[in-house]
Design a binder for this molecule. Sequence first.
Ligand SMILES: Cc1cc2nc3c(=O)[nH]c(=O)nc-3n(C[C@H](O)[C@H](O)[C@H](O)COP(=O)(O)OP(=O)(O)OC[C@H]3O[C@@H](n4cnc5c(N)ncnc54)[C@H](O)[C@@H]3O)c2cc1C
Length: 422
Amino acid sequence: MIENPSNWAGNYTYRATQYYQPETIEQIQELVAHSSKLKAQGTRHSFNDIADSPGDLISLKHFDQIVALDHERRTVTVEAGLRYGQLARWLHGEGYALHNLASLPHISVAGACATATHGSGDRHGNLATAVSAMEMVTADGDVVVLSRQQDGEQFEGTVVGLGGLGVVTKLTLDILPTFEMRQDVYENLPLAELEDHCNELFSSAYSVSLFTDWRNTTFNQVWLKRHVPDGTSLELEPQLFGATLATSNLHPIASLSAENCTEQMGIYGPWHERLPHFRMDFTPSSGEELQSEYLVPRQHAFAALLAIDQLREHVASLLQISEVRSIAADNLWMSPCYKQACVSIHFTWKKDWPRVRKVLPIIEDQLAVFDARPHWGKLFTMSPRRVQSLYEKLPDFQGLLQNYDPQGKFRNAFLDKYIFGM
Ligand SMILES: Cc1cc2nc3c(=O)[nH]c(=O)nc-3n(C[C@H](O)[C@H](O)[C@H](O)COP(=O)(O)OP(=O)(O)OC[C@H]3O[C@@H](n4cnc5c(N)ncnc54)[C@H](O)[C@@H]3O)c2cc1C
């Protein structure tokens, strides 16, 4: 047992009474079997209390090994606490890739999938969509294995499990042959251009991100990550929907050095050194930030962005940077992209919770008409009733939690409030 930590950003200190770092699955089984309340943790990058427990916390930090590579099925099986950055580097060495990555490679596979963490790309689902099987220690200490192939619809309910179904110990992920990418950045895209060109812009590369500080009606930067088939050369247009091709590497916050950012300026490199915005070997920032993110159906992208633009005076002074991404629809019950392709509007805030807490309801009101769903691992103030109304599979998910965990061992304040409360 070790001292209780806080999350990565330091804005939340876990309230659990005991904190464990087991090294074997038998130790996890024993801990689970003998605990009345517990929760598994990944790398603690969530900004709210989703990864807390009123009882015990189990860190999966020692579960960071690659278990198996199946060339025939094109899958890799990993231990749950492995970080994407480590996996990605190894996979590339073996000639494989993942379909997408989040903005930073430091998060654990299990933690990211549990909250439907996503990157960007019109045709790419969130990271959890790559999961084809999971091994889990359930409430009574048993080890169960679930798979896409064997467990059908129920599997689709378990992958984005919000930590409520058990301690995930292994995950099997779909992989692709490795590929090269290039990253190019354009500056100053007028918001008005999205009225007619939103779909065109987001489908113009493998992964597209727009950055803005909401200080005026332009997006400061457009990051295009392109998959480059062998030997293809690409002549870039100097202008893209009114934005201008950048002439040096940029940080999304233009005043910061781009040293920690992945290579830009069209230089080819492996997928895992282009898909994240930040390099694995650098810490992306000091944690002096808070984050919120809302996902809206893709057809409302422009209207939703206009709606946020109307709130500039509330948002800009509190903001470090905002990012807009695109995510494909999926079938995972608790994914914000369940059956609907989305655009996500993300806010990296200054670390000033009293002020952020006041602006979130204003944003949520403004986006309500678009049925915006908050990111499970970030900060939001929406009522539990409202959150629940946005998930048509919620009753099935409640049933799944009750089946797997009848005593509520893995329930915490977050699940009690947003999944079961009103
Ligand atoms: C700097 C920064 C950048 C980010 N960038 C992105 C981004 O690009 N895209 C995006 O969508 N999100 C992003 N996020 C949010 C982040 O991806 C999610 O909060 C994610 O859940 C963090 O993973 P973690 O390993 O830290 O999980 P934790 O925060 O430790 O846990 C999250 C949830 O997963 C559960 N969990 C963890 N491990 C297990 C396990 N082994 N078994 C069962 N349940 C488990 C926990 O119980 C909890 O419910 C970012 C966060 C930060 C701090």
